[in-house]
Design a protein around this ligand. Structure first.
Ligand code: SF4
Length: 644
């Protein structure tokens, strides 16, 4: 352990490689705890407040220990940051000869097979002129690129529809049967990941591919000595998503599209096939039309409100059964037809399971409705047992770290949810001086959040604070509806001319860049800006939170979990809803103070923070800021700041 002490010391290799590096006792302690966890194949759940420097605290012991390491992080941006900046810096500081690979989900790599199909069949698919232009750029890129990562082709926007046609899914990849297997970018990225010492993935990829299903990666986890989850507070959500089952109308329409192409190319003389594909395609589209709403979640128990849904679903099952029979008849004529047969069989299996009551006792079945598509989901009521099996399947170290995992240093909610028993937990406070740097303001006189003019009153209370801070604020709302209303109200306010930015007016990166560049801006956002956003300095001096972020109780998964806990004689509010809200609130609040020089006010408008007995538990979980209910004190705080 001496080695770790000297690496983190004042005049160490780190200080010569990292500008502004200083010894932070919390970081050193955390590095020791992680080194110990790795050496003894333990499980550590570690909360490290903002500014602890947790990335270095896990990279140094992980790279020193050797062996194979998987680091999983919340987003692709953080993945890129680790791969391009943090790991190379630590590797060269420590002079350890480790090889590193970056692995993304298969949708990030151009697929030669589907690109070729697309080029041959542009007349078959609906593409506009702009997309045909993109297609030729992608074709050139696929010929010249070393890794086929779509982020390397900036001329084609990340969200262009064409990407769906020229990348693969787990469903439509032909794997070893593929004629392009040898030059395949996905296979190459996986080969490099299997050979590397350190592999950087993201949580979605980890659960979807590494832990669960994709055969090409089945050797990755067994070979690995250490798994480190950064941003680990996101895992319960991600794991629920991937330990469940789902089938969407988009997947079924993709199948119809691909089957149409394959039938034309490989079974043109078999006339019943195009008709069966068209009927299945129509049944899928009709199913989406049975629910008029969009962007909503509906429990299966509520589906009776949509009388056409179940009959249309049954019709779809019939049409898909017929299509499967015909594909079985023709599958041996080409790999593409065989792939469609397998997908039809798998989709039919999932649809029937979702429809059948008897099979899914421990799952909650629900529908997520989007603008054009809908998805049938079956989510496990608890992920604990499933995850625990993965943890204990072989001897290795697991580290779960984030700035927000506990409620007043109590990790029982997180551990229980993830099925982590007999684990070590540790918590390091942020090194920032919150009492000096930040003020927590809860305005007086606001009604309970269900009051019909709540948002109007929140905005009225926020206006003097926004004026005092001269904009430079995030206004974070717990719902999209409230976010929209706040925007309208601020826009309509006379003598309020700070530039307003609204979530949805561009990508998150675009809006953040605008926010940083625009003086006195106010960014109004919801979930997208609640976490993973780092704006340092004066540009962000005020964070306003409209309500305590309790998940909506009518969410199908949440309400089924609450019901189950109540049946078990537990207290779902204290054990589940409150800790989740606390962890969310800590994330939102964490946007304010990002380094030692930052100063600012956190305004939480929800009066329950004071009026309810659980409110105390919430504010005590926040960093130790000075607290006030007095607007004059807030105004004085900013006057002092502005005069510096
Ligand atoms: S193996 Fe799969 S991903 Fe690779 S080129 Fe073939 S179909 Fe595409």
């Amino acid at each position: 352990m001496l080695e770790i002490d000297s690496i983190f010391s004042k005049e160490s290799v780190l200080s010569s490689h990292i500008a502004g590096f200083r010894l932070r006792p919390q970081q050193l302690e955390m590095a020791h705890a992680i080194a110990d966890t790795i050496a003894n194949h333990r499980i550590l759940v570690a909360e490290a407040g903002t500014g602890t420097g947790k990335t270095l605290a896990y990279l140094v012991p992980a790279l020193l220990a050797g062996g194979k390491v998987i680091i999983s992080t919340g987003t692709k941006t953080l993945q890129d940051q680790l791969f391009n900046r943090d790991i190379p810096t630590v590797r060269s500081a420590l002079k350890v000869p480790v090889t590193v690979a970056l692995l993304k989900g298969r949708a990030n790599y151009v697929c030669h097979y589907h690109l070729e199909k697309c080029l041959q069949d542009t007349h078959l698919t609906f593409v506009d002129r702009e997309e045909i232009g993109y297609l030729s750029l992608i074709e050139r890129y696929a010929r010249n690129s070393k890794d086929g990562d779509k982020s390397g082709l900036r001329e084609v926007p990340e969200n262009a529809a064409i990407w769906q046609m020229v990348t693969s899914t787990r469903d439509n990849c032909l794997g070893s049967e593929c004629p392009n297997h040898k030059q395949c970018f996905v296979m190459e990225a996986r080969k490099q990941a299997l050979a590397a010492d350190v592999v950087v993935v993201n949580h979605h990829l980890f659960f979807a591919d590494v832990m669960l299903r994709d055969e090409g990666l089945s050797e990755l986890l067994p070979a690995c000595n250490t798994v480190i989850f950064d941003e680990a507070h996101q895992l319960p959500e991600t794991a629920s998503l991937f330990f469940g089952e789902s089938i969407s109308t988009s997947q079924l329409l993709d199948l119809a599209r691909d089957a149409k192409i394959e039938a034309l190319m490989g079974a043109r003389d078999f006339l019943p096939l195009p008709d069966a594909i068209a009927s299945m395609d129509k049944a899928v589209r009709d199913l989406r039309l049975t629910i008029a709403e969009e962007n909503t979640r509906i429990a299966l128990t509520e589906v009776k409100r949509y009388p056409d849904f179940i009959p249309t679903l049954d019709l779809l099952v019939q049409q898909l059964t017929l299509l499967l029979k015909l594909l079985e008849n023709q599958a041996e004529r080409s790999e593409g037809l065989e792939n469609c047969r397998m997908r039809a069989a798998n989709h039919l299996y999932l649809l029937q399971r979702w429809r059948d009551d008897s099979e899914m006792g421990d799952y909650v079945r629900w529908i997520e409705v989007f603008h054009q598509a809908l998805q049938l989901n079956a989510t496990p009521l608890s992920i604990a047992d499933i995850f625990q099996k993965q943890l204990t399947s072989s001897l290795r170290a697991w580290v779960f770290t984030s700035a927000t995992l506990s409620v007043k240093k109590d990790f029982s909610h997180y551990n229980h949810e993830m099925g982590l028993s007999a684990v070590q937990t540790a918590s390091w406070d942020s090194p920032f001086d919150y009492a000096k740097q930040a003020l927590l303001y809860v305005p007086q006189g606001l009604p309970e959040p269900q009051h019909k003019t709540y948002t109007e009153q929140v905005v009225a209370a926020a206006l003097p604070v926004l004026r005092a801070s001269r904009g430079r604020a995030f206004f974070l709302c717990t719902s999209l509806r409230a976010m929209q209303r706040v925007y309208e109200l601020l826009q309509a306010t006379e003598d309020f001319d700070f530039p307003l930015l609204l979530q949805g007016q561009g990508s998150r990166t675009y809006l953040l860049d605008r926010f940083r560049e625009t003086e006195n801006a106010v960014l109004i956002g919801s979930q997208s800006f609640w976490e993973g956003v780092d704006v340092r300095g004066e540009a962000l001096s005020l964070v306003i939170i409209d309500k305590l972020p309790f998940a909506p109780p009518d969410d199908p998964v949440l309400s089924a979990r609450i019901e189950k806990m109540a049946q078990e004689g537990r207290n779902p509010f204290m054990e589940y809803q409150l800790p989740r809200a606390v962890i969310n609130l800590k994330q939102g609040a964490g946007r304010l103070i990002r380094d030692e020089a930052d100063r600012g006010v956190l305004m939480i408008c929800d009066p329950r923070l004071i009026s309810k007995t659980y409110g105390r538990q919430i504010w005590q979980s926040l960093p130790p800021m000075k607290r006030t209910r007095d607007l004059a004190e807030v105004e004085y705080f900013f006057t002092k700041q502005n005069s510096k």
